[in-house]
Design a protein around this ligand. Structure first.
Ligand code: AMP
Length: 402
């Protein structure tokens, strides 16, 4: 059974085709610069997806992009399936489900209307996600489609965790509250963590998932349910990220805007795009570059790393307090899976919580492994995330027999 997973942005469309018989990706790619004069399709297939086919053309819209993706998938030279009807269903990553979606769902008219109604909460992503959905409906009318929301897993948070201390009327009028993001990753990784901890006879009731990538967020998960998460109304809140500042005094916005004679939108754009590791280090948003610069003695890069680790450590402490205990800490995503020194830096000083990192085990990269000492009261694991596989699995589950 083949499932196509789509992540549509405003001018791009990423895809992965899964063979659900063994949960492997058989082709993946990117349709880029949709709507511009020179669009392109990069299609990877073959052993370890190492063979590349590139098509430079123009995609007027998402529908034309999807048509070319499907053409590449069935092409006699670089295709991986013989007919489009081999694709049993399509799973779409959708950014914002507001408080309307607590789980993935089959896409019907009502679902599309609700995704549309959530556009004010996800003004950049939701319209693009809808464009991707409509494009697939147009070119593959017989394949059932499923929406998987970045926000859904966090819908179990209690009000005390998701409300902001602002006048209630703004929550009622504009639905301003914490929603949280990366929910598909937090669900996938916490679910796998619970399985792994159970198999090792370890406690698994209270866990913290640290999704540390270019965008980063933490979640506190009690008995498999999210009770708090660090991102908020938008992905800007929380820990220091590649280009995002994370949480700060909201008056900073006023101060920058007044001094730089910028409006609020432009100022928030600086907090989203020019801050974080990039803004502090002045080197790069990419952790590998910041590490290299810090190793070479760049003081701003060292400070960025210190701030990054300190902020995450504070969240771990606060979530342990919020849950009234801690059974495990899990690292995932690009930095969390690969940056051993970064993980060690985050955990340094958390020995009082019962966290002791094993230097040797912590050298591991990109694989599922326990990185704490055998005697560590709170085990620490690396569990690789796979949001696309989680979307494919939801899609399979919801469309089985349809
Ligand atoms: P993601 O957004 O999950 O794809 O993660 C991207 C981030 O992971 C970037 O900041 C990368 O620099 C970082 N990353 C990937 N590999 C490594 C590594 N070996 N060491 C440190 N950071 C890494």
């Amino acid at each position: 059974m083949k499932i196509l997973v789509i992540n549509a942005g405003s001018s791009s469309l990423k895809y992965q085709l899964f063979n659900m018989d063994n949960n492997t990706v058989i082709a993946k790619g990117l349709a880029d610069r949709i709507g511009l004069e020179t669009s392109s399709l990069t299609h990877n297939y073959g052993e370890e997806l190492k063979t590349k086919y590139v098509l430079n053309t123009q995609f007027k819209d998402h529908t034309e992009a999807i048509q070319q993706v499907l053409a590449a998938l069935v092409d006699k030279d670089h295709g991986v399936i013989s007919d489009i009807s081999d694709i049993s269903a399509v799973g779409h990553r959708v950014l914002h489900g507001g408080d309307k979606f607590t789980a993935s769902c089959i896409i019907d008219e009502a679902c599309k209307e609700t995704i549309k109604a959530c556009i004010p909460l996800g003004p950049l992503h939701n319209p693009a996600n809808l464009a991707g959905i409509k494009a697939c409906e147009a070119v593959m009318p017989n394949a059932p489609q499923v929406a998987v929301f970045d926000t859904a897993f966090h819908q179990t948070m209690p009000a005390e965790a998701f409300m902001y201390g602002i006048p209630m009327e703004y929550y009622k009028k504009y639905a301003i509250r914490r929603y949280g993001f990366h929910g598909t990753s937090h669900r996938f990784v916490s679910g796998r963590a619970i399985e792994v901890l159970k198999a090792n006879n370890m406690k698994h009731g209270k866990i913290i998932v640290c999704h540390l990538g270019n965008g980063s967020s933490l979640s506190a998960v009690v008995d498999g349910k999210c009770v708090d998460t660090s991102m908020g109304l938008t992905p800007l809140e929380g820990v220091l990220m590649g280009t995002r500042s994370g949480s700060l005094d909201p008056a900073v916005v006023e101060c920058i805007a007044n001094n730089e004679e910028l409006d609020v939108t432009k100022t928030v754009n600086i907090l989203n795009k020019k801050s974080g590791l990039l803004g502090v280090s002045g080197v790069s948003s990419d952790m590998r570059d910041v590490n290299t610069a810090a190793d070479a003695g760049n003081e701003n890069a060292k400070l960025a790393l210190d701030m990054w680790a300190y902020g995450i450590r504070k969240y771990i402490g606060s979530y342990a307090a919020a849950m009234g205990g801690l059974d495990a800490v899990i690292f995932t995503a690009g930095i969390g899976e690969n940056d051993g020194p970064g993980r060690a830096k985050v955990c340094k000083g958390l020995e009082f919580l019962g966290i002791e990192i094993d230097e040797e085990a912590n050298r591991a990269r990109g694989k599922e492994v326990c990185i704490s000492k055998p005697g560590s009261k709170v085990p620490v694991w690396v569990i690789p995330t796979n949001e696309e596989l989680a979307i494919a699995m939801d899609t399979l589950e919801l469309t089985k027999g349809k």
